[in-house]
Design a protein around this ligand. Sequence first.
Ligand code: BG6
Length: 296
Amino acid sequence: MPTLEALNNHYATDSITFQTGKGGLSKCSISHPSATAELYLNGGHLTHFQPRGHRPVLWMSSESNFEAGKPIRGGIPICWPWFGQADQEDRPQHGFARNRTWTVTQSEETSDHVTLELSLESNDETKLIWPHSFELTLRFKIGKQLSIELETKNTSKDSFKVGTAIHTYFNVANASEIELSGLDQVNYIDQLENNVCKQQQGKITINKEIDRVYVDSGHQVSIVDRAMNRVLKVTKSGSQSTVVWNPWISKATRMADFPDDGYKTMVCVETANAFSDVREIAPGDNHLIMQTICVE
Ligand code: BG6
């Protein structure tokens, strides 16, 4: 793990600096004319994104852990190489990428955005959890819009399957007043009802716990937040599944790293490769999943 001095020597720009963040973890702070942002190397985890003139786009838990090896609650966790699976004891829920320290490999800035590239490679520790060789590259383009690209390269001799979620927590004024559009008539797996398949009718509104995986959905999803006077548009590629999650009251109280009333001001809309959308990658091949967030 390079020192902050080494990171600043190699990758600092006018808008990018590396600092000690919460819990003593290393973070990258971005203050650019177009936006501010904050990225923890633990998990390759964006904890803040705010285009100038707008309110913060990402919800962050006031009770989050900031500890090496533990996931951060809020912002944008990177779930990989599987989605969910908390039921399998030997497999950490949502994979291990969100628990590991990523390496900075590139930074750049122009007059309208900043780019940062991080990487994570297999090693003896990851192979104990998942026995494959891989190279992951995570690219952030931070400006008026935010784009995140995750590239998986299979460096093994055999094919493997990966599940992914760019597990974005959006900051909303009042979850019970927002509307999510773009998924009308799309089938979804209801994770709260034994994974039964249902079909969305109209817009999604939230007035209780929701935990759904929309399948065959390469669509744009809009989060219409009238109280904040804004629409958050989520577009994507390399993903045919979209997860919509809000823990609501009782699950929020059961999660130690989530404030009891946190469910009121967040919703997760996740760009995923989940369930039948997991991707098989042949040796030497890549898979690219990308999410763009635009504030209007
Ligand atoms: C969502 C899942 O993607 O993530 C939910 O669909 C889960 O079932 C949620 O509760 C949070 O997961 P975790 O592991 O971060 O608590």
